[in-house]
Design a protein around this ligand. Sequence first.
Ligand code: FAD
Length: 442
Amino acid sequence: KLVDWDAIASELAGIEIIRESSQITKLSLDYYHFSPVLQQTLCDKRADLVVRPTNEAEVLRVAAVCVKYQVPLTVRGAGTGNYGQCIPLSGGIILDTTRMHGIRWIKPGLACVEPGVKLSAFDKQAREMGWELRMVPSTYRTATIGGFIGGGSGGIGSITYGQLRDRGNLHAVRVVTLEDEPRVLELRGDEVQKVNHAYGTNGIITELEIPLAPAYAWAEIIVVFDDFMTAARFGEALAHSDGLMKKLISIHAWPIPSYFTALKNYLPENKHCALLMIAESCLEPFQDLVRENGGQVTYQKPAQEASKGTSLVEFTWNHTTLHARSADPSLTYLQTFFFTLERVEHFYHHFGDEVLMHLEFLRTNGQVIPGGLQVVRYTTEERLNEIIHYHEEKGAFIANPHTYILEDGGMKTVNVEQLKFKEQIDPYGLLNPGKMRAWLER
Ligand code: FAD
């Protein structure tokens, strides 16, 4: 269908518009290339035009124009997603939220922000008042809060607070609809699940209320072990130590530590490591736990120096994959809930050098469990699927990072609530089309 982009641009006069093709290319893509499968399918997808509104009124104008001309609209935060969440499959307009970065208020335990505020910028302000975000992805320096809610799942802090989808981890949102006359809806409490982790298919989030955690002085620590399962058991023991405040327990089997070149002085050859964030006030009892498990502390960075130099955060969660891929671009990854260390041990021996163990401990449904973002030596898509199926047969849960379809990732089933909400607020299916299976197969 022919679209008059000049007419659209002139209707949006007063709002920042980008039409230059190299800029559009940059703003159409994300970190989908971590997956060799998505790399092939998504590399040529482009928007026709990018807009950068500065407030909700401008978002409403963009929404109205998309409905009038029946063109797709895909929301983009910082574009750090890994599954092509913000890549427009059928062209159209990209709505970039990065100019909507206001912090409306911060009070004890709760804050209200615009979607484009960067996680790190928000935390800097909140910490001045003794609070911080409950959890952040390892991309916290660049990612936006709206993008984390729209496309992320959890991260540093999930050891204590669970995942974004857990009740209480998102209090309220304001969303702009794509109806004939776009409006703003406010969703509170359980209603937020209609847009939580919906890849921007269920409305444009223009404001969020998010809960906060008390900010501890976090020390960053590396502990190394001779044996991988000893490192994993130490991680579990720390995860279960209710008296020790922690924000990160990230365990890596050799040779993964060899990919962390900036940390090489602290990561001896052939040793397995734990990258940790522990409250400084807990370091004394923590040392006893290290001793009990036969670990050796090789690095300790005081909280006071947190903002200086390298942060261990940027070697954990999916940053581990980033470093592995800079050493060897043929490496890719999986996202797994192992639930038990017995399973971890089984897969560790079963796959050997083909699937390298990287564990992240996190809380889910009231229990602390080992999750994993294993580094995989990729050969073919068939073999990758075989590896996935083997994990599932043995009782692990895989949140497949090699698909851009919402339901085929972590969700697995159709979310009827999200589908019903979409029918109401996006009747023409213009929001990030092609991502929600339930909508495609109605
Ligand atoms: P984008 O990628 O821009 O958007 C993500 C999705 O949200 C898209 O579908 C988009 O349409 C939608 N969206 C964005 N803004 C809005 C809005 N205002 N309204 C409605 N929908 C919206 N993720 C984790 O959860 N944990 C991790 O630890 C983690 N580590 C990572 C490490 C690396 C090296 C990389 C490359 C990625 C990692 N990610 C991780 C994925 C990603 O970085 C995070 O989920 C991040 O929070 C996404 O934020 P963003 O601003 O880049 O969102």
